[in-house]
Design a protein around this ligand. Structure first.
Ligand code: GAR
Length: 194
């Protein structure tokens, strides 16, 4: 059984898809807890499934290091095998990343290394790209630079705006996230060797 802590910052549609996908007892994945840097609406999905949630807000700490230390300690309390960033929008310091990587994965709405950062979909449209996609990768100390585990391509359609394009990308991301976590649980994916 692979135990996972998921971190989110927003609506948590990727989290919800994961929770639905692992509902069957035949799937060897368990979400131990869901955390956030704010009172994110997506935490309600965890509540619905009876999964513990926690919020560690950066503004309550004197600096990023002490915030991340508390976040790290909170996660460690659950003893997860894997930490999944599913729309977690804060940059984590190297100390946090060294503690969990390579068992620390992130989803990103572009074909990395193209369009890293917090505004990938907006930047894709601004660049006039005709194709983009979704990436799942191991988190390293850079911003969206870690080893790629899997990617899926999504066409940019004429008339797409940030919302329409992001929604089509999210449809692919959700499957990538589920496939990757189940792949790790079933030992088809070895994160130490990506
Ligand atoms: C997802 O598209 C995810 O890739 C993105 O936030 C969205 C969260 O959606 N993450 C990043 O941009 C990280 N740089 P959700 O809250 O509906 O799952």
């Amino acid at each position: 059984m692979l135990s996972v802590v998921v971190l989110i910052s927003g609506t948590g549609s990727n989290l919800l898809a994961l929770l639905k996908a692992i509902e069957s007892p035949l799937v060897p994945v368990r979400v131990l807890a869901v955390g956030s840097d704010s009172a994110a609406p997506g935490l309600a999905h965890a509540d619905l499934y009876g999964i513990p949630t926690f919020v560690v807000e950066p503004h309550r700490f004197p600096d990023r290091e002490s915030w991340a230390k508390r976040l790290q300690e909170t996660i460690e309390g659950f003893k997860p095998d894997l930490v999944a960033l599913a729309g977690f929008m804060k940059i984590l310091p190297p100390s946090f990343i060294r503690r969990f990587s390579p068992n620390l994965i992130n989803i990103h709405p572009s074909l990395l290394p193209l369009f890293p950062g917090a505004h990938a979909v907006r930047d894709t449209l601004a660049a006039g790209a005709t194709e983009t996609g979704a990436t799942i990768h191991i988190v390293d100390e850079g911003v969206d630079t870690g080893p790629v585990i899997a990617q899926k391509t999504v066409a940019v359609m004429p008339g797409d705006d940030i919302n329409t394009l992001h929604e089509r990308i999210k449809n692919q991301e959700r499957q990538l996230l589920i496939d990757t976590i189940i792949g790790v649980a079933e030992k088809r994916i070895d994160l130490a060797k990506v």
